[in-house]
Design a protein around this ligand. Structure first.
Ligand SMILES: *[C@@H]1O[C@H](CO)[C@@H](O)[C@H](O)[C@H]1NC(C)=O
Ligand SMILES: *[C@@H]1O[C@H](CO)[C@@H](O)[C@H](O)[C@H]1NC(C)=O
Length: 463
C-alpha cells in the first residue's frame, strides 16, 4: 500500500487517541473524583480475584531508617525492570476505552482471564485536542489496575516540544507514578513520548531534545522507584520517513537533528536511513523497547487474511509481507531489523507491542473477494502470530502485546470508514478471542500468575 495511506492511518490513530482523551477529561473529571473516592472506600476489600497482588501497599523507604529498603533494590542482572522472569511466553494486555470499560469489566468478559497490563494515554502538557496530566485521573487508572492485580502501561505524550517541559513537571509526574507503585502495588510501564520517529507528534523528528527529555524522565523515576520501567516506543519504521499531514517537518539540512537522522550520510533522509537509532536514548535509561505495530490493510484489500509472516517481517525488516510496501535490500534490512538491534543484540532489552491489533473495516465487506476473511478470522490471525510458540522461540525477548480495544471512523482513502480493532465488543469475536486464549494456555501468562516486587521484579508464581 502507498506510504501516503499508511501515514494517514497513523495520523488518524494519533488524533483518535487525543480526541478520546479530551472526551474523557471533559465528561470524566467529576465522575472520576467520585470514582476515586468510591474506590478508596472499597479498596481494602476487593473481591473475586485470584491475584496475589491486589491493592497491597508497598513500602520502598524503611520508615525506621529513612533509607530505601534492601528488598526494593534493583539488582537483577538477567532480567530488566518489570521483565517477567520467563521465556517462550508472553503477556496479552489491553488498551481500554476507559469511558465505558475498566480492567474489572474486561476480566469478566475474558472469562476471568486477567490481562497483566492495561494501557492509558495522557499528556504531560496538553496538546490541541488532549487533556493535561491530572494526578487524580492517573491515580484512578492505577487503582483500577490494582483491583485486578494488573500492571499499568502509561503512555505519556507531550503536546509541545520537549524543551518546554520543566524539571518540576518531570518530578511531579515521577512522584505521582511512585504513588501508584506504593499505594496499590501496581508496577507501571512508562512509555514516554512514544512514536517520536513520526511527524504526527509535537516532539517528533527531534532526536536531540527527545533523548535529553527521556533521560530526565528516567532520572526522575529512578530517584523514586524501581517498580516503574522506562519504555522506549518508536513507531515501526518500515515506511519511514513518514510525511504528509503531520505536526512537524523533517529537520533542515545541516542541523544536528538532520545530521543524526541521515544515518547513511548521503545528504538525504530516506528509507535507507535508520528509523530507530537516532532516537535511542541509551541502554542505561531504557528498560524495555516497544514498537507500535499493527496489521494494516492494503488499500485494494477488503478485510483480507493476515499475511502469515507479517509480525516477524515487520520486526526484522525482511520477508514476503513487505512486498508491495517497500523495496527490501540488504542495506534496507540492516537498518530496519529492530529485533536484532535492540533485543537479540547487545542491549538485550525485553520487547513489547505497546499497542497493536488488526482492524476490520465494515464498509469494505460489500467488496469482499477471494482474499477476504471474516471479522473473527482477521483479528485472530493477527493474535495467532503474537501467541505462537514458533514466534516466541524466534523472538524470546518479545513478552507483551497490548490489544488496541477501540473503533473509530477514519478516512485513509478519502472516504470515511469504520476501523474496528476491538476483539471483545461482539459475542462472536469475543468467543473467538476467548477460545484463542484457552488454546494458547501454554504460551500466555495472566496477571493472576504473577507476583510483583518493589525491586521491579515480575515473577511467575503459578504454572
Ligand atoms: C533501586 O535500585 C537501586 C539499585 O539497587 C538502588 O540503589 C535504589 O536505591 C533503588 N531505588 C528505590 C527507590 O528503591
Ligand atoms: C461496544 O462498544 C460501545 C462503544 O462503541 C460500548 O458502548 C458498548 O458497551 C460495547 N459493548 C461491549 C459488549 O463491549
Amino acid at each position: 500500500m502507498g506510504a501516503h495511506t499508511r501515514n494517514n492511518i497513523l495520523y488518524c490513530l494519533f488524533w483518535l487517541k487525543a480526541t478520546f482523551a479530551l472526551a474523557l477529561s471533559l465528561t470524566g473529571l467529576f465522575y472520576l473524583s467520585w470514582r476515586v473516592y468510591d474506590l478508596h472506600t472499597k479498596a481494602s476489600n476487593p473481591s473475586g480475584s485470584d491475584s496475589p497482588n491486589i491493592l497491597q501497599p508497598v513500602t520502598i523507604v524503611d520508615p525506621g531508617t529513612g533509607k530505601v529498603a534492601e528488598s526494593c533494590m534493583y539488582t537483577d542482572t538477567t532480567f530488566a525492570r518489570l521483565e517477567p522472569q520467563f521465556t517462550g511466553k508472553m503477556m496479552p494486555g489491553f488498551h481500554l476505552d476507559w469511558s465505558y470499560e475498566t480492567p474489572t469489566v474486561m476480566k469478566k468478559k475474558l472469562n476471568d482471564f486477567t490481562p497483566a497490563v492495561f494501557n492509558t494515554f495522557m499528556d504531560l502538557i496538553p496538546g490541541t485536542f488532549s487533556h493535561g496530566f491530572n494526578e487524580d485521573l492517573l491515580n484512578w487508572f492505577g487503582s483500577e489496575c490494582g483491583r485486578t492485580g494488573s500492571m499499568l502501561e502509561l503512555t505519556m505524550q507531550v503536546g509541545a516540544t520537549l524543551d518546554t517541559v520543566t524539571q518540576d513537571m518531570y518530578d511531579a509526574l515521577a512522584t505521582s507514578i511512585t504513588k501508584i507503585n506504593t499505594g496499590y502495588g501496581v508496577p507501571v510501564y512508562l512509555r514516554f513520548c512514544h512514536e517520536m520517529n513520526g511527524d504526527w507528534t509535537m516532539y517528533g523528528y527531534q532526536p536531540t531534545l527527545f533523548k535529553a527529555g527521556f533521560r530526565k524522565m528516567a532520572e526522575a523515576i529512578r530517584a523514586r522507584t524501581n517498580m516503574t520501567a522506562m519504555v522506549w516506543g518508536p513507531n515501526v519504521g518500515i515506511t519511514y520517513p513518514f510525511s504528509g499531514g503531520g505536526s512537524v517537518l523533517l529537520p533542515r539540512k545541516g542541523t544536528p537533528d538532520f545530521i543524526a537522522m541521515d544515518t547513511n550520510k548521503d545528504g538525504e533522509i530516506t528509507n535507507l536511513d535508520d528509523p530507530y537509532s537516532p532516537y535511542y536514548p541509551g541502554d542505561d535509561v531504557v528498560d524495555w523497547v516497544g514498537v507500535s505495530l499493527y496489521n494494516y490493510p492494503l488499500d485494494n484489500c477488503y478485510n483480507c487474511r493476515v499475511l502469515p509472516t507479517y509480525f516477524a517481517d515487520y520486526l526484522t525488516g525482511e520477508g514476503a509481507a513487505l512486498e508491495g510496501v517497500t523495496t527490501v535490500t540488504p542495506a534496507y534490512t540492516e537498518v530496519h531489523n529492530f529485533y536484532q538491534k535492540y533485543c537479540a543484540g547487545a542491549p538485550n532489552k525485553p520487547m513489547m507491542l505497546p499497542e497493536s491489533g488488526s482492524p476490520f473495516i465494515t464498509e469494505r465487506v460489500a467488496r469482499a473477494n477471494a482474499q477476504s476473511v471474516s471479522e473473527s478470522e482477521l483479528k485472530m490471525q493477527w493474535w495467532e502470530q503474537l501467541v505462537s510458540a514458533e514466534n516466541l522461540a524466534k523472538f524470546p525477548k518479545f513478552k507483551l502485546a497490548v490489544q488496541f480495544e477501540e473503533a473509530k471512523m477514519m478516512s485513509p482513502t478519502g472516504v470515511p470508514e469504520l476501523f474496528n480493532w476491538k476483539v471483545t465488543n461482539t459475542t462472536q469475536v469475543l468467543s473467538a478471542f476467548n477460545a484463542l486464549l484457552d488454546r494458547s494456555a501454554s504460551t500466555i501468562v495472566s496477571a493472576g500468575k504473577l507476583k510483583f516486587g518493589c525491586d521491579g521484579s515480575v515473577k511467575q508464581v503459578k504454572p
